[in-house]
Structures are given as structure tokens and as C-alpha cells.
Design a protein around this ligand. Sequence first.
Ligand SMILES: Cc1cc2nc3c(=O)[nH]c(=O)nc-3n(C[C@H](O)[C@H](O)[C@H](O)COP(=O)(O)OP(=O)(O)OC[C@H]3O[C@@H](n4cnc5c(N)ncnc54)[C@H](O)[C@@H]3O)c2cc1C
Ligand SMILES: NC(=O)c1ccc[n+]([C@@H]2O[C@H](COP(=O)([O-])OP(=O)(O)OC[C@H]3O[C@@H](n4cnc5c(N)ncnc54)[C@H](O)[C@@H]3O)[C@@H](O)[C@H]2O)c1
Length: 469
Amino acid sequence: MSAYDLVVIGGGSAGLTAARTAGRFGARVLLVERDRLGGDCLWTGCVPSKALLHVAAEVQAARRAGAYGLAADSGPADLAAVMGHVKGAIAAIEPHDSAEELQPLGVEVAYGPAVFTGPRTLTAGEREVTFRYAVIATGSAPALVPVPGLAEADPLTSDSVWDLTELPGRLVVLGGGPVGCELGQAFARLGSRVTVVEALERLLPREEPRASQVVQERLEAEGVTVVTDYRAEKVADGMVHGAGGPLPYDVLLAVTGRRANTTGLGLEAAGVKVDERGNVRVDGRLRTSNPRVYAAGDVTGRSAFTHLGGTQGASAAADALLGVRRRIDYAAVPWVTFTDPEVARVGLTAETARTRYGSRAQVRTLDHERVDRAVADGRTEGFTTLVLDPRGRIVGATVVAPRAGETIAHLAAAVRLGWTPSQYAKTVHPYPTYADGPWHAALLDVHDRLARHRSVIGGLMALHGRARR
Ligand SMILES: Cc1cc2nc3c(=O)[nH]c(=O)nc-3n(C[C@H](O)[C@H](O)[C@H](O)COP(=O)(O)OP(=O)(O)OC[C@H]3O[C@@H](n4cnc5c(N)ncnc54)[C@H](O)[C@@H]3O)c2cc1C
Ligand SMILES: NC(=O)c1ccc[n+]([C@@H]2O[C@H](COP(=O)([O-])OP(=O)(O)OC[C@H]3O[C@@H](n4cnc5c(N)ncnc54)[C@H](O)[C@@H]3O)[C@@H](O)[C@H]2O)c1
């Protein structure tokens, strides 16, 4: 039986980062992967989706070229060529996540499913292993909602959509969350007739209502049919059926959420408990109910993003091996939905702030008609919202704009550091960029405060004038 300081189960974003971190500490580390290193992000998530969105954006730009006197091509794209670009991006990134890259860090890789056999033992494929600590980083998988006929219709999911070789004619996307909106827009731009169906009253229901509205208007302007408040009741005869009428499809894509991968892991043998939603239950230090076993990434239900999964993986490894407690400030973790325009957020929405602070919450919104870069690009539909707590600190922000994902990083720092808008505004931002949105939103607050303290400033000016006389 081989013994390790740390055994990491799952070689996705969370597991790879946990293993690399532990390897850098000089620990004896085993990473167990049942399939292929890289996980969801590399093979079926972030990388393929962003590569697809890139091609779709280029196709969209070509379609608009007619407005500037160039011959615009309005036919459908060649999906095989598009997927060639997607696979190229995966192939270029794959080596960074490989066993060869891990080896110099002292991380061993074993292939096969990991199954706990006791609180400090597991099998990794054929091997029996003991560990001082383990990190469960087995991720999540697409979950089908229990709609009669849906499973039988064998819809595509975000796992299998990458195997398409021909562009769907009529594509119905069940689920208007980030995956549904990103993929729905991409396929529409490539030439499919897309219907995005959302059970709740708006797309991207976790975001600011205005962000949902901007995205819906954009999708509709690009030919997508958006159906909200629609509960699918049955799938039969090539149609989704619900109170809103039948929705016929050639290809059905079900992207209605995900479920943690815990089946067959032997969690009971390890004394690891799951919560009522099937996620591995963790405390603030990412320890499970077995203090020798940690969990990180999607499997915890406390992360659905690569950057957060990685951060959790590193924290879990440092906590286990060094006793270093790195509290993750979840309130300051940004995320982005990569539609066009992008929807980027950190922290509270205006509504959650009002629920928490009542009327003492303050909200500053700047329309991007006031952002010169947006005007130059013809992209003034976006906006920036800053949400302030009663002490005037930035506790939330939403940016809707092209490249909002780049803009949100500085706002995440502001939330983490508890900055007020005036502290944020002290950093000079380059002109003309979309970062002007948050900067000017912060300046709005500064100017408002100046206006409210006009008499004090008047007094100061008078004093200064007298001193100079
Ligand atoms: C379409 C799509 C687009 C996305 N886009 C983004 C984005 O733009 N930005 C972003 O931040 N996030 C994005 N995400 C989310 C992101 O992909 C996930 O949050 C992230 O990949 C989760 O990482 P993880 O390490 O927790 O799990 P995973 O990456 O799923 O890795 C888990 C690994 O564990 C292995 N495994 C499972 N069970 C066992 C077992 N018993 N034994 C051994 N190995 C096992 C699996 O084979 C897998 O390799 C997207 C997701 C989807 C579906
Ligand atoms: N850019 C990113 O960081 C990114 C991109 C994609 C996905 N992700 C993450 O991956 C996870 C999964 O994303 P997702 O979009 O699959 O799930 P999700 O849970 O975020 O969204 C699913 C949507 O489907 C809707 N829905 C549920 N049942 C339905 C039904 N019967 N009919 C119609 N609609 C229904 C839900 O109301 C919800 O809006 C999310 O947590 C997301 O944050 C991140």
C-alpha cells in the first residue's frame, strides 16, 4: 500500500491547483483522475465555449460588414470548421494540464476511479493508497430536469454539444442561465434558428434585472426567440410542450443546471457527508465531515467557476499540509457571463443589498451612453452599477459591456479591500476604455457628495482665498 501526504481526487481546475500547490510545498502527492486531466473547463466548459464564442463573434462581425460597404456573407457557418478552431484551442491548452507538467512538481498521477475504503484509505484504479489528507475535487455534471420525455429525447448537454458536426437548423435551448445564453447566442450567430427557454421570468435570473433585459434585447436583435416564464411539461414528437405552446426543434440542448459528482466515491466509508442537494458538505476551511478530507470546486456547490475552484483547491492544500488558514472572501469573487455584451458581476446586486441594508443601501448606475469607448464602438446599450453599503463602501458591482470581464477585476479588488467610490476613483483609468464605466460611476458618487457638502467646500475655498491674499 503506498502512502501519500495528500491524495487529490479529480484532475480539473480545483484538483490540478490543489495538487500543484501541494507539490510546490514538497509534499508526496497523488492525483487520481478517472478520465482525462483538465476537467470540465478544458474539455467541455470554459475553453470550448469561449473558443466557440470567439468564432461566433467573428461571424457576426462579418454579417454586419454590409453596413460599411463590404460584401456581407449571411449564410450559415461551416460547423466542422468552427469546431476545428474549438479543438485547436483545447489542444493548445491541454499540455499545461498534463501529467508531464505535474511531474517536476513531484505530483504523481494515477488513472482510474478513486473509491474511499476507509477514513484514510482509498483505491485508485487498481492501487491501494493511504493518505494523511485528501481533497475531493470531482466536479459536477449536467443535470436533466425531471420533465417527462426529456431523458428519452436524449438531448444534447454542455458535455455533448461539442460533438456536433452539422449546424442545427432549429435549436431549442432549455435553460436561460449562463450556459444557455452563451451557447444560444453563439449558435444563432453561426446560423441556427435558436429559441432560448427559461422557466423563470427573465434570463440570467441571478443578475441585475437590467442585465437580463440588455442580454434579452441583444439576443432578440440577433434573431433569437426568447421565451421566459415557460415551464417545460413534456418533450414528445420533436417538440417541447408547455403552457406557452409547443416549441418544435431539430436539436434540443438541455442546460438547466448541474449536479455534484459523488456517485461511487465511497463517501460513507470515509465518513464524508453530503448536503440535501448532493454537494459535499464543507466548513469555512473546506473540511468535510472527515477532518482529514477536504473538498474543492464544483463538488462543494460553493463554486461554479474555474477561478474559484482553483482558489479553493490551493486553500485546501495549504490548510491541510501547512495549517495555513486562507479565508476565501466569497463576497469579492467576480464572475462573468460571456454573452455579447458580457455581464460581469462581483458581490451584491441592488436587490440583495436592499434586503440586507434596507433604504441605507445606495446604488449608483452609469449608462454607457456616457462612456466614449462604447459610443465609438456603437455599443452604448450597457451600464455599470455600483452598490454601496450604509458606510459608503462598494459591496457589489455589475458591468454590462463588451469586455466587461476585464473591467470587473479592479472592482473585485475594491470590494475585497472595502473601498469607497472615492478611493476607487483615485486610480487613474485609461481613456478611452470600458473601464471608464466603473470609474465614472464612482465619480458620480464623488460629485454627489461634493454637491451635498457644498457649503463646507465653499467655506474651505473662502478660507484658502483669504490665506492666499
Ligand atoms: C459550458 C460551460 C462553460 C463554462 N464557462 C466558464 C467560464 O467561462 N468561466 C468559469 O470560470 N467557469 C466556467 N464554467 C464552469 C467551470 O467549467 C467549472 O466550474 C470548473 O471546470 C469546475 O472545476 P472542478 O475542478 O470543480 O471540476 P471538473 O473540472 O469537473 O473536474 C473534475 C474531475 O474529476 C474527475 N472525477 C470525477 N469523479 C472521479 C472519481 N471518482 N475518481 C477520479 N476522478 C474523478 C473528472 O473526470 C474530472 O476530470 C463553465 C461550465 C460549462 C459547462
Ligand atoms: N462564464 C462563466 O463563468 C460560466 C459559464 C457557464 C456556466 N458557468 C457555471 O456553470 C453552472 C451551470 O450553468 P447553467 O447555465 O447550466 O445552470 P444554471 O443553474 O446557472 O442555469 C440554468 C437555468 O435553467 C433554468 N431552468 C431550470 N429548469 C428549467 C426548465 N424546466 N425549463 C426552462 N428553464 C429551466 C433555471 O431557471 C436557470 O435559469 C452555473 O453555476 C454557472 O455559473 C459559468
